[in-house]
Design a protein around this ligand. Structure first.
Ligand SMILES: Nc1ncnc2c1ncn2[C@@H]1O[C@H](COP(=O)(O)OP(=O)(O)O)[C@@H](O)[C@H]1O
Ligand SMILES: [Mg+2]
Length: 270
C-alpha cells in the first residue's frame, strides 16, 4: 500500500506572499521569491524605494510582516524569537556601524559573543584570521570611531561573518568601498558562502558586480518580484527598461563577461 506523499517543506530560504511595510502602508505586496539555496550568493536588485531594505528587515525580524511568511528549511522565520533568529540570521544594515569608542578587534569579539552567549570561550585566532582575510588586520587595534566609512563597512562585515550564520543578509555592503575592496569583498563572500553553505542575500546597486560575482539574482519592483534566476537571465535590456526606466544594452566584453551599458532614459518608465 502506498501512502500519499507528505508535503516536504521547501529547503533553503523561501519567501511566500509576504506583505510588509510601515504603519498601514504595505511596501512589499504579496512578494514571493523562489527558495534561495545554501552555498549561493544571491544579488537582491531593484531601484531606490523598491523595498529591498524592507525585505531584509522583514527577514531579520525587525519589522513584522502583515501577511505571508518567510521560512528557512520550512521553519517560519517570522515567528522565531530574537534569540533563535539571531542564531540563524545575521543582518548588516545599510547604515554603517555606530562609531563607538571600541577597538576593531574588541568589536568583532563582542559580535562573536552576542551570537553565542553560551560559548565558554571565543576563538580569538579566528578573529585574527578573519581580519586578515578582509584585509584589515592592520586596523585591529584602531578605534572604530576613527575609521573611514569604507573601513567601518569592512569591520561591519567582520562582525557579521564571525557569527557564522546560516543566512547572511547584507544591505549594500559595498557602498563605501573602493574598487579593489569591492572585488575583494565579493570574492570573500563567495568563498565564505560556498565553504560554510551560507544562504547569502546581498543588496547590490552595481549590476555589473552582480553579473560578475553573484550565483543568482532577484529583482524586485514596487514591492513585487520582477525576476529571479541566473543573473544574466534577470539583468536584461527588457528588465532594465521596465524596472529601472533606462535604455540599456547587455554586451559581452572582450573576455566574454556580460556588462551593462546605459544609453539613455526610457521615455515612459515602468
Ligand atoms: N522607516 C520607514 N517608515 C516609513 N516608510 C519607510 C521606512 N523605511 C522605508 N520606507 C519606505 O518604504 C519604501 C521602500 O523603502 P526601502 O525598502 O528602504 O527601499 P530600497 O531599499 O529598495 O531603496 C520607500 O518608499 C520608503 O520611503
Ligand atoms: Mg535600501
Amino acid at each position: 500500500m502506498t501512502h500519499p506523499a507528505l508535503p516536504t517543506p521547501p529547503s533553503g530560504l523561501a519567501v511566500d506572499a509576504l506583505s510588509a511595510g510601515y504603519g498601514r502602508e504595505d511596501v512589499l505586496r504579496q512578494l514571493s521569491i523562489p527558495a534561495l539555496a545554501a552555498g549561493e550568493v544571491t544579488a537582491l536588485l531593484g531601484p531606490n524605494g523598491s523595498g529591498k531594505s524592507t525585505l531584509l528587515k522583514a527577514l531579520a525580524g525587525l519589522i513584522r510582516p502583515r501577511e505571508g511568511r518567510a521560512s528557512l528549511d520550512g521553519l517560519d522565520l517570522t515567528r522565531l524569537d530574537h534569540g533563535e533568529r539571531a542564531r540563524h540570521v545575521v543582518y548588516l544594515p545599510q547604515s554603517l556601524p555606530a562609531a563607538v569608542h571600541l577597538r576593531v578587534f574588541e568589536s568583532v569579539l563582542v559580535a562573536a559573543k552576542a551570537s553565542d552567549a553560551m560559548a565558554q570561550s571565543v576563538d580569538l585566532p579566528a578573529i585574527d584570521r578573519l581580519l586578515e582575510r578582509l584585509g584589515i588586520a592592520h586596523l585591529a587595534l584602531h578605534y572604530l570611531d576613527a575609521l573611514s566609512g569604507g573601513q567601518k563597512q569592512l569591520v561591519g562585515l567582520a562582525q557579521a561573518l564571525i557569527r557564522h550564520p546560516r543566512v547572511l543578509l547584507l544591505d549594500e555592503p559595498l557602498s563605501a568601498l573602493d574598487l579593489n575592496y569591492q572585488f575583494h569583498v565579493m570574492r570573500l563572500l563567495q568563498q565564505e558562502t560556498r565553504e560554510h553553505g551560507l544562504i547569502s542575500l546581498i543588496v547590490l546597486h552595481d549590476l555589473n558586480v552582480a553579473l560578475q560575482h553573484a550565483d543568482r539574482a532577484v529583482m524586485i519592483h514596487e514591492g513585487a518580484l520582477h525576476g529571479a534566476g541566473e543573473p544574466a537571465d534577470v539583468i536584461t535590456p527588457a528588465s532594465l527598461a521596465a524596472v529601472y526606466g533606462v535604455q540599456a544594452r547587455v554586451e559581452a566584453c572582450s573576455r566574454g563577461r556580460r556588462q551593462v551599458l546605459v544609453d539613455g532614459l526610457e521615455e515612459h518608465p515602468g
